[in-house]
Ligand binder design. Structure first.
Ligand code: IMP
Length: 194
């Protein structure tokens, strides 16, 4: 049994990750939360760097290997913004959604493509990178929020073909196709093989 610290304080991420872990049954791995407040400064220039900053801090606090993710919403009509700045785009989630809708108000339906990207980094107790995995899902930005599930930008993110947003999906549905699932599944496979 290997113990790995999860470098996040976001309860929504935790809920998703725990649900996926229960689904994949990685019996050889036990994930534990970082003790106390966990809020390292995310001053990296890429998703990889920020996930590394969080994982390294979690490993340092806990003295065991650690895994962390960094996620962003990249909108084509906004040249990839908010991207790496998704967390700091506006002060709270409601104003993030309002700001994004405002910025997109003149963008026609066929130019509203966007994607979520999630990079996960696993580090050793000394902070050395062991493995990195990235997951992505493509979709488009709606013209008004829809759905009560999920978190963050989910109510604006439509999945092509399904005609619903990530927030219209249950946790289980989101976890079958999300950016986070597409990073976590191969990460767990890598950990169980190595
Ligand atoms: P971070 O990875 O915690 O830095 O998240 C960056 C921003 O993206 C925050 O505003 C989150 O609320 C948002 N975010 C992270 N993951 C998701 C997701 O799965 N769906 C929608 N928004 C997300």
């Amino acid at each position: 049994m290997i113990k790995i610290a999860l470098g996040t304080s976001n309860p929504h991420k935790l809920e998703e990750i725990n649900d996926m872990l229960a689904e994949f049954h990685p019996e050889s791995i036990e994930f534990v939360l970082v003790n106390g407040d966990f809020n390292p400064e995310e001053n990296g220039k890429t998703f990889e760097e920020n996930s590394f900053i969080k994982a390294k801090e979690a490993a340092k606090i806990m003295g065991i290997p650690a895994l962390a993710d960094d996620t962003g919403l990249c909108v084509e009509a906004l040249d990839g913004r908010p991207g790496i700045h998704s967390a700091r785009y506006a002060p709270d989630q409601k104003s993030k959604i309002e700001k994004l809708l405002e910025e997109m108000k003149d963008v026609p339906e066929e130019k509203r493509q966007a994607y979520f990207i999630c990079t996960m980094t696993l580090v050793a107790p000394d902070g050395q990178i062991l493995h990195t995995q990235t997951g992505r899902i493509d979709g488009y930005i709606g013209t008004s929020p829809s759905g009560e599930h999920g978190f963050g930008y989910d109510p604006l993110f439509f999945i092509p073909g399904l005609n619903k947003t990530m927030a219209d999906m249950t946790l289980k549905e989101k976890n079958t196709l999300s950016h986070r699932a597409r990073a976590l599944k191969p990460m767990i496979e890598w950990i169980t093989k190595n």
